[in-house]
Design a protein around this ligand. Sequence first.
Ligand code: SAH
Length: 218
Amino acid sequence: MMWRCHGATNAELVSNLQKQKILTSPEAALAMSKVDRKLFVPDSKLAYNDAPQVIGYAATISAPHMHSFCLSLLADYLKPGNVVLDVGSGSGYLTAVFGLMVGETGHTVGVEHISELVERSIDAIKMTPAAALMEKGHLVVHVADGKLGWEECGPYDAIHVGAAAAELPEALVRQLKPGGRMVIPVGTNSQELVIVDKLLDGTVKKTNELGVRYVPLI
Ligand code: SAH
């Protein structure tokens, strides 16, 4: 039922994602309910469709079920006070949701290489309750190559990558905290959503979660 979660409003979309058990974290659902998807898509009529939308510059905002799926996989690593990196932050939607989850005792970093998208995402985040986090410097979005991560704010409890990497970027694995988790699509023609867990002893464990289709991490 991955594709059947569309709603007439943001609240209905979130509720349907919960009913279909794709969005299993109450904390993520609460944050999603506070971040209106309409602010992050070019065509507001399509805002609550459970489908990806083109946002320009060869980028897409991922479908609500993919955002929910990744949030559910990362929820335990997005506790208040945690540090999170969103690579290929694009529309900024997930960056805002992550920000509300880790709060002002935590730190949220978005990295996107298209400067126009970064500007637009900052404008959109300003219209959400995550605006206060950005004003106080607890949430920042940088124009940069996400394959390199954002070293100075790491290591991270949670890393989300919103574009498919040909191979697992070494810098991102390095910037993951022991006990932390990264969710990243890996592959070119055929892609898998991979969960990368860094165990407390530093060992890296990879689990292929499901087949996906993301734009490439260039
Ligand atoms: N989570 C985002 C996904 C946007 S699509 C959302 O739902 O809005 C993936 C994004 O990754 C695009 O915006 C694209 O410009 C960006 N991207 C691709 N390669 C990148 C790189 N090397 N560094 C940073 N961003 C990159």
